[in-house]
Ligand binder design. Structure first.
Ligand SMILES: [Zn+2]
Length: 271
C-alpha cells in the first residue's frame, strides 16, 4: 500500500497562494465579469468536452496505460478530491491541462511524456489535481476560451473587455502558483517541481544534459533581483508576460523554493 494513504488529506485552503486569492477577487469584481460569466455558461457544455475527449484522445484507465492511471488515486487522496478522468492527447508540445467543472478531467500530451521523465509525472498530475482541489477549473476553461479565440466564435467575445482579459491572464498565472504548491504537498518537497520547471525550460529528458538544480535556482534568484532593480524592468516583465497564462518558469521555481522554507509548508508536510 502506498504510504501516502496513511497521511491525511490536505484542504486547499491551507496552501492556496495569496496572489491567487487576491487576483480572483479583483477579476470577479470587474463590472463586466458577471455578464461574461452568464454569457459563457449559456453556451458552454461540459458534455461536449467529454465527447471530444472520448472521440479523439486515449482514455487512461486501470487497464489502459495503468502505469499512469495508478499514479492518480494516491494524489487524489492527499489532495482530498475524487479521481478525475485522465486522457492522453497527441501533441508534440509538453503540456498538461485540466478542464470541465462538475466532472473535471486531466489531459497529458504525448510531448509531455517525451520531455519529462516518468518519475516526474506524478508531480505533473498532482499540479493538475491541485487545480481541481483549488476550484480553478471552471474559470480556467473560460479563460482558455478567451485566449484561444473560441469566445469570439461562440458569440460572447464582445463581452470581453481589455481589463477583463488582462485580469484573467493575471489570475491564471497566479493560480499556477497554487497548483505548484499542491504538487509540493503531494511530493513533500520542492525538488521535483523545480526539476520540472528546468525540464520545460530546455532540459528535455532525451537530450541527456546534466543540468544543476542549484545553478538553475541561482539563475531564478538573479532574475528576481534584476526585476526588483528598477520600475522599468518591472514594466518590461509585465509587457512580456501580460498575455501569458503561465508565470515564467524561473519565477515558478523561485516561488516553490521559497514556500518550501516556510512554516506553513513544514506544518502541512508533517500532517
Ligand atoms: Zn497548471
Amino acid at each position: 500500500m502506498n504510504e501516502i494513504y496513511e497521511r491525511c488529506s490536505i484542504d486547499s485552503d491551507r496552501y492556496v497562494h495569496d496572489s491567487d486569492k487576491k487576483a480572483l477577487k479583483a477579476l470577479t469584481a470587474i463590472p463586466g465579469f458577471t455578464p461574461l460569466l452568464r454569457g459563457f455558461m449559456k453556451i458552454w457544455s461540459e458534455r461536449q468536452l467529454r465527447i471530444a475527449n472520448m472521440a479523439s484522445n486515449i482514455k487512461i484507465t486501470e487497464k489502459q496505460l495503468p502505469e499512469y492511471y495508478d499514479m492518480l488515486p494516491p494524489i487524489c487522496h492527499r489532495l482530498g478530491i475524487r479521481v478525475p478522468e485522465l486522457y492522453l492527447e497527441l501533441d508534440p508540445s509538453a503540456n498538461a491541462y485540466t478542464s470541465g467543472d462538475n466532472e473535471p478531467f486531466i489531459v497529458l500530451t504525448s510531448g509531455l511524456l517525451e520531455t519529462v521523465p516518468h518519475e516526474y509525472i506524478p508531480t505533473v498530475l498532482a499540479h493538475e489535481c491541485g487545480h481541481i482541489a483549488c476550484h480553478h477549473v471552471l474559470y480556467h476553461t473560460m479563460g482558455e476560451m478567451i485566449i484561444n479565440g473560441a469566445a469570439q466564435l461562440l458569440g460572447f467575445g464582445s463581452l470581453i473587455s481589455l481589463p477583463i482579459q488582462v485580469a484573467f491572464y493575471y489570475w491564471m498565472r497566479c493560480s499556477e502558483l497554487s497548483a505548484d504548491r499542491a504538487a509540493m504537498v503531494y511530493d513533500g518537497c520542492a525538488d521535483k517541481m523545480i526539476d520540472i520547471c528546468m525540464r520545460l525550460a530546455g532540459a528535455d529528458k532525451d537530450i541527456g544534459l546534466n543540468i544543476d538544480r542549484n545553478l538553475f535556482m541561482a539563475q531564478a534568484v538573479e532574475y528576481k533581483d534584476m526585476i526588483k532593480e528598477s520600475a522599468w524592468n518591472k514594466t518590461l516583465e509585465f509587457l512580456t508576460i501580460s498575455h501569458s497564462s503561465h508565470p515564467f518558469l524561473a519565477v515558478r521555481a523561485y516561488e516553490c523554493n521559497q514556500w518550501a522554507k516556510t512554516k506553513q509548508f513544514l506544518r502541512i508536510n508533517s500532517i
